[in-house]
Design a protein around this ligand. Structure first.
Ligand SMILES: Cc1ncc(COP(=O)(O)O)c(C=O)c1O
Length: 519
């Protein structure tokens, strides 16, 4: 029988320490091998490399880098071996010892200065951002959601993202455009992508625009920041919806804008204002599907808003973040599409359609604002990744974008129906669902307001973490409710989470009942 060729064992790549900071003094009386030994030892003592996976460069490399002989290097290394700093693995090289003895690590800690007693001076700008997170809470991103089944609002089904197609298209654009995608590129965005987005928005959102009005940005948040910085001076007023998407407040604070919260009624943002309220230079709205309440702005309110903006020389920022996912009735055209006075700054994002990590979005800017927007983007971070932009252009022009939207709309509609049915069955005694016509979130109002603190505690204990509606409120005093997301999880996962929540609440009631009886 022919012997099978044994496959070479795959060698694990390990990071090689560069030792860039080693400086050998040829005028010193201390021998070079001693200097080398001492400097490597001091670097290892810092403890940064003591996880056993850091490899030393070969003696040849060290000798070449330092301009010394290999025998000098070998002398230094053998001393480091003898003192327990290094270990050799045959065929793999020389590594930092798995566990450097504690005494080594603590022996010569670099001198630290006396801690400064004065508080660190933080800018007013940083302090003004309404964000209570600290430390590694930022690692979970703005939604605060880890990978589990949390029913956190606003998360799309990223596991349905067609990675294989994306990778294929990316390889194709790289092969075709090569180094052109590696250079600094247009501050307005990839020309093919702007054309494709303009065509998509005119077709799908009844927008009125030319590709020259399209700017590619790093998501909705950057669209807000660029717009606010171009349109408002620090301290000037922007109206925002209350309750509102939390990142809107954070972003507009960063732009130094005076935020004026405006209530929401059944038609959308309330335009009426008290004489004391400053007139807005910009009005932020989510007309397709108000976040988080889910209201679709009525046609009358849309025209009133446009008339108000025209009369007071204000711009409207239309955040159209998830208009693609409408489940009841025909979609209303975008506000931009019915604006004939160039008052609307329209912005969309691929965060819900595809996935949020791409950080890609788009603006339709009124013509007179285009250059100012581009100037700000250029000063901010220049542009988004040309490779991802070119891939997205291809993804749209080859029809994958629309077919993905259609497929996801079907999946989300099924998950939404399933969520509503299961939720009402399992939790209908405690909550009333407010079912919106669109979007990936559902508000559940508490039937007994006094249950709020208990439900908030239990949800966070069991890892099912809908957001409290109050989290999104600025001045609005709304009845207690939670905002649930349903889109990112399969029906089985949704049911498991709802069962978990329902039984945790039942257990709580039972414990309370026993407690009462025994008192
Ligand atoms: C109202 C609203 N706008 C925009 C976004 C997404 O913004 P980005 O493109 O920055 O991810 C979200 C995400 O939840 C949202 O709720």
């Amino acid at each position: 029988m022919p012997r099978r060729k044994s496959r070479p064992e795959k060698r694990r790549r390990r990071s090689i320490i560069a030792f860039e900071m080693i400086r050998l003094d040829r005028t010193s009386t201390e021998p070079l091998h001693e200097q080398l030994f001492r400097q490597i030892r001091d670097e290892l003592k810092s403890g940064r490399f003591s996880d056993g996976s850091s490899r030393l460069p070969s003696s040849r490399t060290l000798a070449t880098d330092q301009g010394i002989s290999r025998s000098t290097v070998r002398l230094a290394l053998s001393k480091l071996h003898a003192e327990g700093y290094l270990r050799s693995k045959s065929g793999s090289g020389t590594f930092v010892a798995n566990l450097l003895p504690e005494t080594f690590l603590t022996a010569d800690r670099p001198k630290t200065y006396e801690p400064i007693q004065r508080p660190v001076r933080i800018s007013d700008r940083a302090r003004a951002i309404p964000d209570a997170r600290v430390g590694n809470q930022f690692d979970l991103g703005a939604t605060g959601a880890g990978p589990g089944v949390s029913l956190v609002a606003s998360i799309p089904a990223v596991d349905e993202f067609p990675i294989a197609v994306w990778e294929r298209l990316r390889a194709q654009v790289l092969a075709k455009k090569g180094v052109n995608l590696l250079r600094y590129s247009s501050n307005r965005g990839d020309a093919d992508l702007r054309k494709a987005i303009a065509a998509y928005l005119c077709d799908f959102r009844a927008a009125q625009c030319q590709p020259d009005q399209i700017l590619i940005v790093a998501g909705m948040q950057q669209a807000m920041l660029v717009s606010a910085m171009a349109v408002l001076n620090p301290g000037e007023a922007a109206w925002i919806e209350d309750p509102c998407y939390q990142q809107t407040r954070r972003t507009l604070s960063l732009a130094g804008v005076k935020i004026v919260p405006k209530a929401i009624d059944t038609h959308g943002i309330v335009i009426a204002r008290s004489p004391k309220e400053p007139l807005p230079r910009m009005i932020y709205v989510t007309p397709s599907h108000q976040f988080p309440l889910g209201i679709t702005m009525s046609f009358q309110r849309r025209t009133d808003l446009l008339n108000f903006a025209r009369a007071h020389n204000a711009f409207i920022f239309e955040d159209d973040y998830d208009a693609e996912f409408r489940f009841v009735g025909p979609p209303l055209p975008s506000l931009q599409g019915i604006d004939n006075a160039s008052r609307v700054i329209y912005a969309g994002t691929v965060s819900k359609i595809l996935c949020p990590s791409l950080r890609l979005g788009y603006i339709i800017a009124p013509e007179q604002l285009v250059d100012s927007f581009v100037k700000i983007r250029s000063a901010m971070d220049q542009h988004s990744s040309p490779i991802e932009q070119a891939t997205l252009a291809r993804f749209i022009t080859e029809g994958f974008f629309l077919s993905h939207i259609k497929r996801m709309r079907k999946i989300y509609a099924e998950r939404r129906d399933f969520f509503i049915k299961q939720f009402n069955e399992l939790l209908g005694d405690r909550f009333t669902l407010q079912v919106p016509e669109a979007g990936l979130n559902i508000v559940a109002w508490l039937k007994r307001e006094e249950d709020f603190p208990m439900i908030k505690r239990i949800t966070s204990e069991i890892g099912v973490r809908p957001s409290a509606l109050s989290f999104f409120c600025i001045q609005a005093k709304l009845k207690p409710a939670f905002v649930f997301g349903f889109a990112a999880w399969t029906p089985t996962q949704i049911r498991e989470s709802l069962v978990k929540l329902a039984s945790a609440l039942r257990n709580h009631d039972r414990d309370l009942g026993y407690g009462r009886q025994s008192r």
